[in-house]
Design a protein around this ligand. Sequence first.
Ligand SMILES: O=C(O)COP(=O)(O)O
Ligand SMILES: [Mg+2]
Length: 297
Amino acid sequence: MDNFLFDCDGVLWNGRGAIPGSVDTIAHLKRLGKKVYYITNNSSSSREDYQKKCLKYGFDAEVVDIVCTAYVGALYLHNNNFKGKVYVVGNPAMGKELDKFNIRHIGIGPDEMVNDDDNMNNSSRVEEWLKTQLDPEVNCVFVGFDAHINYIKILKAASYLQRENCLFLGTNEDGHYPTQDSDIVIPGTGTMVEAVSLPSRKKPLIIGKPETTMFDTLSQANNLDPARSMMVGDRMNTDIYMAKRCNLKSLLVLTGVCTEQDLPLNGVQPKSFEAGEELPDFYADKLGIFGEFIAGL
Ligand SMILES: O=C(O)COP(=O)(O)O
Ligand SMILES: [Mg+2]
């Protein structure tokens, strides 16, 4: 293998910092002259912010080695000569990437109903909702991770999507973030995308894994040979599924979303298969143990 593409959340880091063994593994691969790339569905940071995060955790990374959905989504619109205005259900990183391509956008940040209080009955609420002001120029809805997601944002996004030729982009459909040693579930961006898709009755173009766009972006920029490239991920229905679609070798690590119970080992059927899961070529408990093993591939 010449090229190693690393997923980030659940492989290199989690909510508590770098995952033990991951920094050593990347350093080991680099010492051996291997190419290392970072490919994340997480839309809450720009490429530059991810580079800062990598360096802070001890991963040697250049901006050009990183693809993230906020960047690739903006790149997609730029490459398709998008003209118009984007309604973003997302976060400031998506705005930063759109700004780089001079693509106009609205919607980032909190948004509340103008007149809303809990003793309004539903018919008076509907009257208020029907007064919602929409921007006449919007012809694209771009949905990513949005901690301010609420009813009015979903209403506006679904309304814009009724317009003829209004584009619907979603960064990714991951359902939840990896929180292995916690009883808290952190809803993933799939939550926001589905919340808009359902009332709008439209299906989004997904930028992130398992779609091949992010690999294609890296591959074109770095002339990657899929036969000599390996994807390392923690989610079978995104990381591993994309690897299969791109004819990459794949390694699943069990430090994120997937655990051993998700694998059909010793003839035992997995506990819960999420839609679109693909089995990896290899799996490992975590990166650190297999630093030597991976380098030998
Ligand atoms: O943002 C997510 O849900 C997952 O991000 P990842 O692709 O780095 O694992
Ligand atoms: Mg992950």
